[in-house]
Design a protein around this ligand. Sequence first.
Ligand code: NAP
Length: 327
Amino acid sequence: MAHSLSRLLDAALDRSVVLGYTSIGSGVRRRLPHWPADPAPGSMAGRRVVVTGATSGIGEAMARSFLDLGATVHLLGRNPDKVADYARELRTQVPNADVVEEVCDVADLDAVRAWCADLAGRVPALHGLVHNAGAMPPERSESPQGHETTLACHVLGPHLMTSLLRDLLVAGPASVVWMSSGGMYGASLHAADADDLEFRRGEYDGVQAYARTKRMQVVLADAWAETLRGSGVLVESMHPGWATTPGVTSSLPRFDKLTRRVQRTPADGADTAVWLVATRPASGPHHFWHDRRQRPTTVGWQREEDPAMRARLLTYVAEQTGGAALS
Ligand SMILES: NC(=O)c1ccc[n+]([C@@H]2O[C@H](COP(=O)([O-])OP(=O)(O)OC[C@H]3O[C@@H](n4cnc5c(N)ncnc54)[C@H](OP(=O)(O)O)[C@@H]3O)[C@@H](O)[C@H]2O)c1
């Protein structure tokens, strides 16, 4: 009974958005009886995790949490100075920190290919890969290969990276987590957009491009979970709620001001990713999480993803990257 009530309260928080996504939501959920146990201290010892976008906000906090659990953490960022600075800070703060500096622009497919080949020559296995790097450019911009930036950074680069690291992930076996956003609830993949995955039509709206590519991440993670079923590799997506980070402050200044007092800490935003990789819970279709619990991927009036649009996205991603063809 206590568990049923606690799950009901949890779901109500989720539907209310404002309560669920803030520090109020995570604060209440942590006190509910069904809140899963924390990973045991030292439970990541001997395990190796790559965190992309580890030079700011949620990625920084996540790297620290993995280190505190004893993992070897590969800090991946696109700016070598930021990577070196944060690695130095972690080595000072955490005794015996095993931190590896990685430089790669995940939106640049050539850079992803080169980095994956290099990593495969250096390590035998991965136990975690968190696709956390994210951006919300106000104007339409393109990657070196001519792809719209949010599509390249959130979808194409991570897909290629997952494809090229597949052997290392199976050797772990690893948990792969895609850091999506609650903003994805505001965006569906419409058949009408099938010919405009690169956001060329009409006036560019950075928030919409962000939300749609975050929706694409959820679709892609689900397809990867099915493809790798039975291999030992677990694939999930999640959203962190609203966390105070440099990205939120710079990309959404008004939202930031309005919600700052109830935003989560970056570590709280990172919590579910760390817990997923450290504890490897079983998950079912959609594989979408928030606050250590699977969540629906559609709300209210939204329908499930149009299967033709889903297939179109998976084909496009495979064609453009040369990565795995998923179904
Ligand atoms: N904070 C929130 O409330 C919130 C809510 C929903 C979802 N999220 C998601 O959580 C993730 C982290 O967000 P955050 O708020 O921590 O943002 P942030 O402070 O802006 O950090 C983003 C990180 O991603 C890196 N990055 C961006 N583009 C990259 C690229 N092409 N290659 C490699 N690294 C790249 C950034 O590197 P630089 O430092 O070099 O720019 C930075 O380290 C994102 O995926 C975001 O969409 C956050």
